[in-house]
Design a protein around this ligand. Structure first.
Ligand SMILES: Nc1ncnc2c1ncn2[C@@H]1O[C@H](COP(=O)(O)OP(=O)(O)O)[C@@H](O)[C@H]1O
Ligand SMILES: [Mg+2]
Length: 310
C-alpha cells in the first residue's frame, strides 16, 4: 500500500526576479514502512515538499493522498497519524522541555502522556533537561527535544527534515539507531530529508534526488549512491586540445571544456580511464596535467540536471 501518493505537485514562491518554482511538477509514491530519503543541495525543494505533505504549506496545484485519503478532505485525521521533526521547528522558547512536550502531547491527544514523555526523554538523553527552558538548551538538545515531540503520538508516518542538524556524531548515531528500530518495530513510514549523503545511505531504502524543484533521479538507495562513486577527470592542455576532443568524441565520452581544460566523468578507472590514457599516449596527444577527484553532491546534481536537459 502507498502511504503517500503525490501527483503533479507544483509550488511557486514570489522572488526578486519574478517567481521561483520550489516544487516543479513532482509525482511520487512512498510505500508503507519505507524509509525514503529526499536528497538535494540547499534550495532543491526538500523542505517545501515536506511542508506541503504536513500541511504547513499549501501547494499551487497537484493532488496528495496520504494513507489512501485525500489530503485536503482528511487533513485533520492525517495530521494526528503523522508527525514532523525539523531542525527549524519553533518550540516555545520560554517554556521548559517538559512543558513544551506536554502541550504537544495534549494537542495530539496522547493517552498516558507522562509515561510517554518519560520514555522518550530517556531514550534521547534529555531527562536532566526536563525543567530547562528551551532558550537555555544547546542546539543539539533542542534538536533532540523536537525529535521527542515528533514521536509523542506514535506516528505511522514521520517526516524528518534535516533532523540531525546540531547533533554531535555520537548522538546522531543514537538517533539514527532509534529511528531504524522504531521503523522496524512499528512499520512507520519515514521521509528523511538531508543533504548529508552518508546519513541517507545508512537509513534509506529508496531515495529521490531533488534539484531545482524536480526529481531528477529516484530509486534504490544503494544503486543510486553507487553512481556517485564517479570520478571527475580534468586534463590540462597547452597544445593538442583539438586532437584530445576528437578522441573523446570517438570514445563517446561527453566532456566540458574551459580554458584549456577538458573535464569528464568516469565510473571505472581500470576499465575506462586507464585504457583511455593509453590511447592518448598511442596518438601522442600530450597533456600537461591530470586531476582526479570525487564530485561533491552539488556537482553531481548539476551534472545530472544537465543530462536531463539533453
Ligand atoms: N517561504 C518562502 N518564500 C519564498 N521562497 C521560498 C520560501 N520557502 C522556500 N523558498 C524557495 O524555494 C526553493 C526551495 O526551498 P527549500 O524547499 O527550502 O529547499 P531545501 O529544503 O531543499 O533547501 C528555494 O529557492 C527557496 O528560496
Ligand atoms: Mg530545507
Amino acid at each position: 500500500m502507498n502511504v503517500i501518493e503525490v501527483k503533479n505537485l507544483v509550488k511557486t514562491f514570489p522572488s526578486k526576479n519574478g517567481k521561483v518554482k520550489a516544487i516543479d511538477n513532482i509525482s511520487l509514491s512512498i510505500k508503507k514502512g519505507e524509509i525514503f530519503g529526499l536528497l538535494g543541495v540547499n534550495g532543491a525543494g526538500k523542505s517545501t515538499l515536506t511542508n506541503i505533505l504536513t500541511g504547513l504549506t499549501l501547494p499551487d496545484s497537484g493532488t496528495i493522498k496520504i494513507f489512501g485519503k485525500d489530503f485536503l478532505i482528511h487533513e485533520e485525521e492525517i495530521k494526528t497519524r503523522s508527525n514532523i521533526a525539523t531542525a527549524y521547528y519553533d518550540l516555545n522558547r520560554s517554556l521548559t522541555v517538559r512543558e513544551n512536550l506536554i502541550v504537544y502531547a495534549k494537542l495530539y491527544g496522547v493517552q498516558n502522556y507522562q509515561k510517554k514523555i518519560q520514555e522518550l526523554t530517556e531514550k534521547f538523553m534529555l531527562t536532566s533537561h526536563l525543567r530547562t527552558p528551551i532558550k537555555f538548551l544547546s542546539s543539539g538538545e533542542r534538536t533532540r527535544t523536537v525529535l521527542v515531540k515528533s514521536l509523542l503520538n506514535d506516528p505511522e508516518l514521520l517526516f524528518l527534515d534535516e533532523c540531525t542538524v546540531g547533533l554531535d556524531p555520537d548522538m546522531a548515531e543514537i538517533v539514527r539507531d532509534y529511528l531504524l528500530q522504531y521503523n522496524k518495530e512499528t512499520g512507520c513510514t519515514i521521509v528523511f530529508t538531508s543533504h548529508y549523503m552518508q546519513e541517507v545511505e545508512r537509513l534509506c531504502q529508496r531515495i529521490a534526488f531533488l534539484y531545482q524543484g524536480k526529481i531528477i533521479k529516484i530509486g534504490n538507495a544503494q544503486s543510486l549512491l553507487k553512481e556517485l562513486n564517479l570520478q571527475r577527470v580534468s586534463l590540462h592542455f597547452s597544445n593538442n586540445i583539438e586532437e584530445a576532443k576528437k578522441l573523446l568524441h570517438r570514445e563517446n565520452i561527453p566532456f566540458d571544456e574551459n580554458n584549456g581544460i577538458l573535464v569528464f566523468w568516469v565510473k571505472n578507472r581500470e576499465k575506462i580511464l586507464y585504457p583511455l590514457l593509453e590511447k592518448f599516449v598511442k596518438y601522442k596527444i600530450v597533456f600537461d596535467d591530470i586531476h582526479l577527484n570525487k564530485p561533491t553532491l552539488e556537482e553531481y546534481f548539476i551534472k545530472k540536471s544537465r543530462e536531463n536537459k539533453r
